[in-house]
Design a binder for this molecule. Structure first.
Ligand code: ADP
Length: 509
């Protein structure tokens, strides 16, 4: 286990109930970190110690763009030190206090980030139980980071929690009534209060004395300001439903139109892409919503370049990282990984996209009807010249070229396939087999094909060509016309989701 010799303390950042937080620099990467210093003599009661241990246990395994990262904890005779990600922008609470009402667009962005963080916690059977703007920090990119898991607890199936916790203004009615509660729904209530507070700059439930406050919360009585949009109003009403059973769930919130509007790419696709490990490999920016089983070679190799680690056994270091050890190499790897992912996330959300179709050498027999489709001579000539020097796959059926980043291409491809009710599996790193949901294969000896009218099965291969990517689509099974129709829909979907910079045409043969 490393000691504080790996960090240079810069200045104090603040102090909490039983801890002091300081800004420090990690000597190897020169990245800033925040170190929470807990004096053992200040946490003599068992309960507080348990809270700290619980926070460490929870944060240790977490890796999410909107949850404060814990890189390592160091125990000495007198102190417990938590080395965490440094979040420089202060508390969300101070922002509201300073600026008053947050514009709805910004409030939604914050809300989406908190919901995404909570969804991550709940999936891992952790309920936060103390969501409030004081426990949320803002980073330099205006990203929120949920912290303070001191009150959080593990949910065990079928076991209700009883501890009354959190701040009274944010507490759900079932908590203040002392009823048993199941966990996730109390976080939903608190985020409902948070969203209201972001939009109004005051609390939905507020009274000078606790009994009056509790009465208001239990009755679920609150006024909705006239300037709340219809969508926000509807969502808040559903979240501040006093009945935890019929209260909207995190999953339903994520389906709500108000939540879904303008969702940033790094949140929109993380979960969808989580299932596709290989693609995740090329999509570093999107990985951070899960604990990885693989290593980012790029980051790993950068770490090896530091003088501190030269001459060390590469394989052993890899094993240390995979085992999530707390040695100085693993900590360095994670600090560097996070700073790299931060940059990638930013680029991902800013990147421009355009799609350009590819022209086929063979004679087209089918022209996809598309209002905007115009075969343009300049388009044809430029692609003709490219074709001649590129080893295109000779068995193409349908294809087009996308001058976008690999991340955006795959994201849009998956999104389009999903909306066409398709499912897929990986055949190789750059090839997927796609089929209509419910597609049934024809068995040997069967007269009538089962797939009649039931969709298709095809392969999509992705090729890199100069600075762009080419999608090669080849039918595997199903009716020709259904296949062509699906290709046309896919093309339209992909085109619809990205701005087109050139006139285009598609030939299918
Ligand atoms: P509390 O016990 O009141 O919840 P903490 O002990 O978690 O507070 O933190 C005290 C103060 O230190 C916070 O208000 C915040 O200003 C600062 N702080 C805590 N963690 C970080 C961090 N990771 N990055 C930057 N500042 C932090």
């Amino acid at each position: 286990m490393s000691t504080l010799t790996h960090y240079k303390i810069i200045r104090p950042l603040g102090s909490g109930s039983f801890a002091k937080v300081v800004l420090a620099e990690h000597n190897i990467t020169k990245q800033k970190v925040a170190i929470k210093i807990i004096k053992r003599n200040k946490v003599q009661d068992e309960n507080s110690l348990r809270k700290i241990e619980r926070e460490i246990k929870i944060l240790q395994g977490f890796h999410h763009p909107h949850i404060i990262r814990l890189y390592e904890f160091i125990e000495t005779e007198r102190e417990i030190l938590l080395v965490m990600e440094y979040v420089p922008g202060g508390e969300l609470y101070s922002l509201i206090e300073r600026n008053g009402r947050i514009p709805e667009k910004q409030a939604r962005e914050y809300f989406q980030q908190v919901i995404s963080a909570l969804s991550y916690c709940h999936e891992r059977k952790v309920v936060h139980r103390d969501i409030k703007p004081e426990n949320i920090l803002i980073d330099e990119q205006s990203f929120l980071k949920l912290g303070d898991f001191g009150l959080s607890n593990f949910i065990r199936d079928g076991i209700f929690l009883k501890t009354s916790c959190g701040s009274p203004n944010y507490a759900a009615p079932e908590i203040i009534s002392g009823e048993q509660y199941c966990g996730p729904q109390v976080d939903v209530w608190s985020v409902g209060v948070l969203l209201y507070t972001l939009l109004a700059a005051y609390l939905p439930f507020d009274e000078n004395n606790i009994p009056a406050l509790f009465a208001k919360i239990k009755a679920g009585r609150f006024n909705v300001p006239h300037y709340f949009s219809v969508g926000a109003r509807d969502l808040i009403r559903r979240m501040l439903n006093t009945d935890p059973v019929s209260r909207i769930t995190i999953k339903q919130i994520m389906e709500h139109p108000w939540y879904k509007a303008n969702i940033p790419l790094h949140l929109k696709y993380t979960e969808a892409i989580v299932d596709h490990d290989r693609i995740v490999d090329c999509l570093g920016a999107l990985q951070a919503n899960r604990s990885r089983k693989e290593i980012f070679e790029e980051i790993f190799n950068k770490c090896l370049e530091f003088p501190e680690f030269q001459g060390l056994q590469k394989e052993q270091l890899k094993q240390q990282v995979l085992a999530k050890k707390q040695d100085s190499f693993t900590v360095t790897y994670h600090i560097l990984l996070d700073s790299t992912l931060k940059v990638k996330r930013k680029l991902l959300n800013q990147s421009e996209i355009n799609v350009e179709p590819i022209f086929q050498k063979k004679v087209g027999i089918f022209m996809i009807p598309d209002d905007e489709t115009i075969v343009s001579s300049d388009c044809t000539s430029s692609t003709e010249s490219e074709k001649s020097n590129h080893p295109m796959p000779h068995n193409w059926v349908f294809g087009f070229r996308c001058a976008i980043s690999a991340i955006r291409l795959v994201i849009h491809l998956f999104e389009s396939l999903k909306s066409l009710n398709m499912e897929w599996k990986f055949l190789s790193e750059f090839e997927i087999r796609v089929r209509s949901v419910g597609f049934e294969e024809q068995k040997v000896g069967e007269d009538l094909p089962k797939y009649v009218g039931k969709g298709v099965k095809f392969d999509i291969k992705i090729y890199k060509f100069n600075e762009s990517f080419i999608l090669d689509i080849k039918k595997v099974d199903g009716m020709e016309m259904v296949y062509l129709d699906t290709c046309a829909s896919l093309y339209k979907k992909l085109n619809g989701s990205v701005p087109i910079v050139r006139k285009r045409s598609i030939d299918i043969y």
